[in-house]
Design a protein around this ligand. Sequence first.
Ligand SMILES: C[S@@+](CC[C@H](N)C(=O)[O-])C[C@H]1O[C@@H](n2cnc3c(N)ncnc32)[C@H](O)[C@@H]1O
Length: 191
Amino acid sequence: MDLFSRIAGRYDHIIKGFDLEKIIGDITYSKDALLVDLGGGTGRVATLFLDYVNECLILDRSFEMIKQAHNKSRNLLLVQGSGDSMPFRENTINQIFVNDVLHHIQKQEETLQESHLVLKDQGKLIIRDYDRKYVGNIFLFIFEKILRFGSVFFSPQELKDKCQDIGFSVNWKRLTRGTYLLSAEKSIKLT
Ligand SMILES: C[S@@+](CC[C@H](N)C(=O)[O-])C[C@H]1O[C@@H](n2cnc3c(N)ncnc32)[C@H](O)[C@@H]1O
């Protein structure tokens, strides 16, 4: 059992609440479309998204984390699975949100590619994560190393380059000195 599964029942108490309203203006989202919260865990963020989008689906590899989301709201769609192999058909998803997850994912490259595959043209992959290059994050990096999370962090520019190589158009902005929000849009393929 991985660490998230072991701490699932206490996760929301360990991690502070999430202020979606602070960033919702920075996210271009479609109200009428399904939003996939990749690595959405206990539904801490997804339950907030229910006020903004029609449907929200959590895809998370930890069954224990998803169980917490189930206890929180019956309006969430819950799927156990991994970001590098999502159970969606190609070109079917409008928006994928990834909060505090990418650095935990082992197959990061594959997950970015898979996101590109399942997103529709002009669909968006929105990632909030911690900047590898911000010195103040050092305690977080050490903490996650001690817990043997195996985390791999990127700077926003590094992640932008990776997403562009895959075929996304990318913008990012700093949310705090140590965190950033990156929006990667699947470009329309001209035939
Ligand atoms: C730090 S928690 C963040 C949970 C949620 N996004 C939030 O902000 O509350 C990281 C989550 O990513 C999930 N996760 C890790 N690797 C994953 C993968 N390859 N595919 C899907 N979920 C993954 C973990 O199970 C865990 O629930």
